[in-house]
Design a protein. Structure first.
Length: 185
């Protein structure tokens, strides 16, 4: 299957057109954020404070990049386990987050919020952070610098390889993939 090229940020109709199992190559801006940043974003929303980044239509990659080696834009930038963000995700989806990238399954509450808000969950290959870093053209800290590797960064990526794990209809590759092989076996 060939990778479908997607320019970020992704519009609502384009996001809803993605299906579980689609292979994608993302190009454009996205944000990195992990547990600590998600907690701060959620606290800001709950207190009615402005967010340091606009979430509407945006992509968050669950990653805490390593420092950049000499001559490189960024160090290893592999995905972290997405379930760590599940407590915060429905509120962020409510405020316009469109795409999440990580690894691992999501909770029923997150999947319900994805369906409600037309969001998608993409998977990046765990353990391949050094290879994924080769798709990053620029990286800058844009919020919470005190969090070090967990600060929010704005990355610009080119042909960043991902797969649709859960689409906006709630279809999950975690269910359909194993079911397919049970039927064929």
């Amino acid at each position: 299957m060939e990778r479908r090229h997607i320019d970020l940020p992704l519009g609502d109709l384009a996001a809803r057109s993605l299906k579980a199992g689609d292979l994608l190559a993302l190009s454009g801006p996205l944000f990195t954020a992990r547990d600590a940043a998600h907690k701060r974003l959620t606290e800001a929303l709950e207190q009615g404070l402005p967010l340091p980044v606009a979430l509407q239509g945006q992509t968050i990659y669950y990653a805490g990049p390593c420092p950049a080696p000499p001559g490189q834009v960024i160090g290893s930038v592999g995905p972290t386990t997405s379930g760590r963000m599940d407590a915060y995700t429905p509120l962020l989806l409510q405020h316009g987050l469109r795409i999440m990238i990580g690894k691992g399954q999501r909770s029923p509450a997150v999947i319900a919020a994805m369906r409600l808000h037309g969001a998608v969950y993409l998977g990046a290959t765990g353990g391949a952070g050094a290879l994924l870093s080769q798709h990053v053209r620029s990286a800058e800290v844009v919020a919470y610098p005190d969090l070090g590797p967990e600060a929010i960064r704005r990355l610009v990526v080119v042909d960043f390889p991902v797969i649709v794990l859960i689409d906006s209809q709630g279809n999950s590759l975690y269910q359909s993939g194993p079911a397919r092989y049970r039927l064929e076996g």
